[in-house]
Design a binder for this molecule. Sequence first.
Ligand code: ZN
Length: 244
Amino acid sequence: MDLISKINHAVKESDLKPGDHIYCYRSKSYSSYAHHGVYIGDGKIIHFLDNSESATGDTEGLNSNFFGFSSSSGASSSSRCEECRANKSGGVQLTCLKCFLKGDTLRLFYYGVSKAELALNLRGGSSGLKAEEPEKVLHRAHYLLQTDGFGTYNLQTHNCEDFAIYCKTGMIDMKNGTSKQVELIRQVTKFGSAFSGKKKLDPLAVFQKLKTHLVDERWERDSHGVHVEVEELVNMYNKSLVRR
Ligand SMILES: [Zn+2]
């Protein structure tokens, strides 16, 4: 793998293996966020989209005016290919790679990275958590698809990235969510406002400080999850033991 791919995580479809966690940045929408899913082979992805009452079909990611981001890409099921349109939209679902990517660049999510590697990709795309064997990953993804058992979507604590990370690792952070993308935006906003109004700032020093802070934060948060078997997890959501 060349250095550029190592940093931007871009990957070709032919390089994918069943059980890979893939993602893309929604470049065409006004907002900038990542959408995540689990590759199951044969050009198919299982991913988690908004299934809340306010959702209109398979909306994803940052809907509502969140930190100044505009509404989501408004992906209605009509924007899918004929085959994917036959599948249900909202919640845990199955689509082809083309409908998942919508023209954006395919990227591979890395697991078991060092803290230094985590710092290379601050926008997300890697985790210090250890990925489990593809068989386990695929079992979780298929089980959650069959049962639609991943509970109710919540942008901040229970989103597409949490779904993919859970399938890969069996780890879930019930309270805070396992993914980092929303937290990252929140931290940048907080950090930015703390510095605004101060004169004579050294931009490089500010950046270094912010970077160290964010990497520490993400590294630390990886340790908050617990390992839960998928059957148990679905049971918990079904019994509403975990309220969202
Ligand atoms: Zn499709």
